[in-house]
Design a protein around this ligand. Structure first.
Ligand SMILES: *[C@@H]1O[C@H](CO)[C@@H](O)[C@H](O)[C@H]1NC(C)=O
Ligand SMILES: *[C@@H]1O[C@H](CO)[C@@H](O)[C@H](O)[C@H]1NC(C)=O
Ligand SMILES: *[C@@H]1O[C@H](CO)[C@@H](O)[C@H](O)[C@H]1NC(C)=O
Ligand SMILES: *[C@@H]1O[C@H](CO)[C@@H](O)[C@H](O)[C@H]1NC(C)=O
Ligand SMILES: [Zn+2]
Length: 504
């Protein structure tokens, strides 16, 4: 078989196929064992994809059953095949701001980059371009599913543009229509009909994208019960795929905890509810998550970057998935999140030992656990048994890694190879719903070249606007707590400003 654009392709038949059918042959497959809920590594195996589903997972390079006529055979020798990553917290529309907020604080972010500022400068085309570019970026990194806390629903046009971008991207987006008042622009009351229109959008039905709801309440003190009842009634009528809320307890004072939602009777429901960050989750909250089978989204890099913190998240990983949050300020890929998270978990657990003047005798977290968090747990959080895993009947959301790339060369354990050695640059191919999103190391979306050009024009124009905006002065307090400067580090010898510059 002759390598072609990095992926060796052998077309056995020239006849046109009804639907698509692809056989990945001879690769190492990180499949799923439903009985143990753990991984099942198959070496020199094959995976058959028909239309949107995985229809065969074989222990041999040549399947022992007949494959459909016209099946495209892809030589996967030397490759590692994994399920796509699942990101359970993202704000995809903001791509335009990339690299402009590298040292921002969360409080500054609200006042400068959020949906409370942007609508006065962005139109619907900008939302479309920025959301689409963000999704291509995610697909390139093997993120096939994401739960988007879509705060850009400040007008019908803006909402529609963002949703259309999700559909056009081919990604599997759980698009969380946000119910929020934007002062001077729109109220939650005015958003109900907009939400209904989005639910009725015809193109949605034929797409892997589904409608979800994002609502930051408050669900606790100050909650508007009438508003919550209306939103939950809509969630049920429309059968949304998920509900999500930011939950930042402790000093952040942005509670939205499992306890609060449970007190309103809305936690133990059939719709999945995802708590983003869940920083400072209480024991009672953790117990409730377990008893109602609801999940949190740990966004490791975000929680480090902004200081939302995750002091207790190590102990609730059985009800946890991984998310990105603001991909404008750091990595867009779940691989990086899983790696950072695993190593930080190890670090914290080791530190607890070191603080007693003792030494660690075993390793507290395995690569298999990190892998499951990055893939299957996202599916569990979204209550989608058909995602985040390779087994017969699952959706064909797949990532093909080049196992012969320099960082991977010589690997023995494919899970360790991906979790600790690979980068997204080693992702050769990505499939969503059985369709190629990336192939031969390149995005293959039909609209990608044009989307890239459009995005650049939009980004340059909006970046110029933000460049001219004075930086906000931090408020003396936020949600009742004082705002203070953390101790800055200095990487230069001697006195002076070791902080350096921000090059925007
Ligand atoms: C948004 O603004 C850009 C730049 O001015 C313009 O090209 C585009 O047509 C506008 N889109 C809408 C929907 O008004
Ligand atoms: C939106 O504004 C209305 C009217 O002031 C208020 O009753 C409601 O609680 C607000 N909702 C949110 C989510 O802020
Ligand atoms: C949630 O519902 C399940 C099934 O009805 C029940 O077993 C469980 O105790 C409930 N949990 C809470 C916290 O209400
Ligand atoms: C980010 O760095 C710039 C200096 O380059 C500084 O003016 C600004 O205050 C910093 N922002 C924050 C939030 O620390
Ligand atoms: Zn967020």
């Amino acid at each position: 078989m002759r390598p072609l654009n990095g992926v060796a392709i052998l077309s056995l038949f020239l006849t046109a196929v009804r639907g698509t059918s692809i056989l990945f042959r001879g690769g190492t497959i990180i499949a799923f064992n439903k009985a143990t809920q753990g991984l099942r590594v198959i070496r020199d195996g094959s995976v058959l994809v028909e239309n949107d589903r995985i229809t065969g997972v074989f222990e041999t390079a040549t399947p022992n059953t007949r494959v459909p006529t016209g099946t495209e055979v892809v030589d996967a020798t030397g490759k590692i095949i994994t399920p796509g990553f699942i990101d359970t917290h993202r704000h995809g529309w903001q791509t335009v701001f990339k690299t402009m907020a590298s040292n921002t604080t969360l409080i500054e972010f609200f006042g400068r980059y959020s949906s409370f500022v942007a609508p006065f400068f962005w139109n619907a085309t900008d939302i479309y371009d920025s959301q689409l570019a963000g999704l291509y970026e995610a697909l390139n990194a093997g993120v096939t599913s994401s739960l988007d806390h879509a705060t850009h629903t400040w007008s019908r046009d803006a909402a529609d543009a963002g949703l259309q971008a999700c559909i056009d991207s081919g990604a599997r987006v759980f698009w969380g229509f946000t119910f929020a008042n934007i002062t001077g622009l729109i109220t939650v009351e005015q958003l109900y009909p907009v939400f209904r229109d989005m639910a009725a959008k015809v193109a949605l039905a034929k797409s892997p994208t589904t409608l979800a709801i994002a609502y930051d309440g408050p669900w606790g003190p100050g909650a508007n019960i009438g508003e919550i009842n209306k939103i939950m009634a809509l969630a049920n009528q429309v059968k949304v795929s998920a509900i999500t809320t930011h939950s930042l307890q402790g000093p952040w004072g942005f509670t939205n905890s499992p306890e609060e939602i449970h007190a309103l009777g809305y936690l133990n429901i059939s719709i999945p509810i995802i708590f983003s960050h869940a920083s400072f989750l209480t024991q009672a909250g953790a117990d409730l998550l377990r008893s109602t089978n609801q999940y949190i989204s740990i966004t490791p890099e975000s929680e480090m970057h902004y200081g939302q913190g995750h002091p207790v998240s190590y102990s609730i990983q059985d009800q946890a998935s991984l998310g990105i949050d603001t991909h404008i300020t750091f990595s867009t890929d779940i691989l990086t999140q899983a790696r950072i998270w695993m190593q930080q978990t190890r670090y914290e657990r080791y530190l607890a030992v070191l603080k007693q003047n003792k030494l660690p005798g075993s390793n507290p977290m395995s690569v298999e656990q990190a892998f499951l968090l990055a893939t299957r747990h996202g599916a569990l959080a979204l209550r989608r048994d058909d995602l985040g895993a390779i087994f017969v009947g699952a959706k064909a959301d797949l990532v093909v890694w080049d196992g012969t790339a320099p960082p991977l060369l010589g690997w023995v354990d494919p899970v360790a190879a991906v979790m600790l050695h690979a980068s997204v640059g080693d992702i050769e191919a990505v499939l969503v719903d059985g369709k190629w999103a990336k192939r031969g190391g390149k995005l293959v979306g039909r609209g990608y070249p044009e989307a890239r050009a459009r995005f650049l024009r939009t980004a340059r124009r909006l970046q110029e606007v933000w460049r001219g905006m004075p930086l906000p002065v931090p408020p003396p307090d936020f949600n009742g707590n004082p705002v203070v400067d953390p101790e800055r580090v200095d990487v230069l010898r001697g006195p002076g400003n070791g902080y350096g510059n921000i090059y925007i």
